[in-house]
Design a protein around this ligand. Structure first.
Ligand SMILES: Nc1ncnc2c1ncn2[C@@H]1O[C@H](COP(=O)(O)OP(=O)(O)OP(=O)(O)O)[C@@H](O)[C@H]1O
Ligand SMILES: [Mg+2]
Length: 495
């Protein structure tokens, strides 16, 4: 059992102060939800608690004793393990190697005990419900599977305080249930859990208490039961929130078709999918993880091998061989995997934003001033919270990285945008801002495609929703027929 307290914790990155003296304490053996808007400082505070970052000033106490961690191994030795929001896994290593990275098991004589590591890895994989050979390399896994490897890794370290930074952002409902069961089991065994999430329904279900942060400050700690979801949201943003979804504006029935896809097949993932989206229309794609939604669009964009009867943008037949080529033809794509494919996290904010559209800024040479102005505009329009414009993308908070990725695909003024999980990890206030932006984009005549695992989002946002099941487009539901029950029934084939 482990009780933790923060005393006047301050963190500054250079001139930018992000934590302004945070003090609160946690009791052992409970599950806490940590809430706050994007950029509130949740991840930063938890990185300090787990030895990944050093506080600028202030104190951390474990069971009443002041502690100072030089690195994450120190913290792990004290029983504190962080599961990162942005995965911290080595793509070229196997699952077993990742699980034991830095904690390798050795035989007498100092040789690595691969057999023991593989065996224990298999055991923790079973606990998290990931049915994969421990020798599989990370790069072969899909995002949700990588998340489960992160959780397995934490279990193998026998955490007494387990910090989970948005662990369910990429999980299916079934995997989420399994994770919750696991959390309840860990709690019963005396583990304290800190759970960061923007999904308030989950926070309501799984946590005993919530801690709310706002703008780098501690706001309150309260029993989860004592707060409604709306109250939680209001505490996070410090004001009353209006309706999450803006009113839908139906496009005129004679609006031109922006994108038409006929008989698109992606071997192993999708078969003969045909669909179209008109100017002003927001078309959703629903389906279970593995139904082939992401893969279908990766095929369309030339990221996977695929074949199509015909693809048209504004009535012109096109062949899209890469996202770059697609962007030149007016179709831009936001990947669900923002770290892997969406952003170049090691590059600056400006470079990220203008990369898609480099040619516009390179007439005849790169216009630095225009680039900076575009970044300033995007930061304002998308409400990206950043202390400075000259940061690297990796130093933005998770939700703010997502907003930057979105700004990046909307920047060139596309005819069609495909957004894969656009609001993943985005706080409730910012979600609404993104929905307003998506509506505005449609109103300007863009055809918008939104792939989402949040049914409420598809229902609130879209004019029509196409449902995929096992690689096939099974149906398309009009706005007036959209309900969670209907979407689930079509996605699982039980209608
Ligand atoms: N290395 C860094 N350099 C500069 N600023 C940073 C760095 N790391 C984080 N920040 C800033 O600190 C602030 C808090 O970020 P943090 O990641 O803690 O937010 P968060 O509450 O986890 O948000 P989210 O819900 O989006 O994940 C952000 O404004 C972020 O840009
Ligand atoms: Mg975060």
């Amino acid at each position: 059992m482990l009780a933790l307290s923060f005393q006047d914790v301050v963190k500054a990155f250079g001139p930018v102060q992000v934590l302004h003296g945070v003090s609160f304490s946690l009791d052992a053996g409970r599950i806490y939800g940590l809430l706050g808007e994007n950029g509130a400082g949740k991840s930063t505070l938890m990185k300090i608690a787990s030895g990944y970052e050093a506080a600028t000033s202030g104190q951390l106490c474990l069971d009443g004793q002041p502690v100072r961690f030089a690195n994450s191994r120190d913290a792990e030795a004290a029983g504190i393990v962080l599961i990162h929001q942005e995965f911290n896994l080595a793509e070229d290593l196997t699952i077993a190697q990742n699980i034991f990275l830095g904690h390798e098991k050795k035989k007498r004589g100092g040789w690595l005990d691969d057999a023991a590591m593989r065996r224990e890895a298999a055991a923790v994989l079973q606990r998290v419900g990931l049915d994969r050979d421990p020798d599989t390399r990370l790069r072969q896994l899909i995002v949700a599977e990588k998340q489960l490897v992160e959780i397995a890794k934490a279990l193998a370290r026998n955490a007494r305080l387990l910090i989970m930074d948005e662990p369910t952002a990429t999980l299916t409902p079934g995997e989420t249930e399994r994770l919750f069961a696991l959390m309840a089991q860990l709690k019963a065994g005396g583990t304290t859990i800190l759970y960061i999430s923007h999904k308030l329904d989950e926070v309501e279900r799984i946590t005993d208490e919530v801690v709310v942060m706002r703008d780098g400050r501690f706001i309150t700690r309260a029993a989860t039961r004592s707060l409604s979801r709306a109250q939680m949201a209001n505490l996070m943003v410090g004001r009353e929130l209006s309706d999450l979804f803006p009113a839908k504006q139906l496009p005129p029935t004679d609006a031109p078709v922006r994108l038409r896809v006929q008989d698109l097949s992606v071997p192993g993932w999708a078969e003969q999918a045909s669909f179209e989206v008109r100017a002003g229309e927001i078309l959703g794609f629903a389906g279970l993880v593995g139904a082939g939604r992401t893969e279908l669009f990766e095929g369309l964009l030339g990221l996977r091998s695929s074949s199509a009867g015909r693809v048209e943008i504004d009535g012109q037949a096109v062949a899209l061989r890469s996202p770059r080529e697609a962007a030149d033809l007016g179709l831009t794509y936001l990947s669900e995997d923002r770290k892997g494919k969406g952003l170049h996290v090691a590059m600056g904010l400006t470079e990220n934003l203008t990369l898609m559209n480099l040619r516009q800024y390179a007439k005849p040479w790169l216009r630095k001033d225009q680039e900076r102005q575009a970044l300033g505009d995007a930061v304002r329009e998308f409400g990206i919270r950043t202390g400075s414009l000259s940061l690297r993308a990796s130093s933005l908070s998770g939700g703010n990285q997502q907003k930057l990725a979105l700004a990046k695909v909307l920047q060139p003024g596309p005819k069609v945008v495909v957004l894969d999980e656009p609001t993943r990890g985005v706080d409730v206030g910012a979600k609404r801002d993104l929905y307003v932006l998506i509506h505005r984009l449609a109103a300007q005549g863009c055809g918008v495609i939104v792939i989402s695992s949040e049914l409420i989002e598809l229902i609130g946002l879209c004019h029509r929703v196409a449902v995929m099941r096992a690689g096939r487009l099974t149906t398309t539901l009009q706005a007036d027929r959209l309900s969670e029950e209907a979407l689930i029934a079509h996605a699982t084939g039980t209608h």
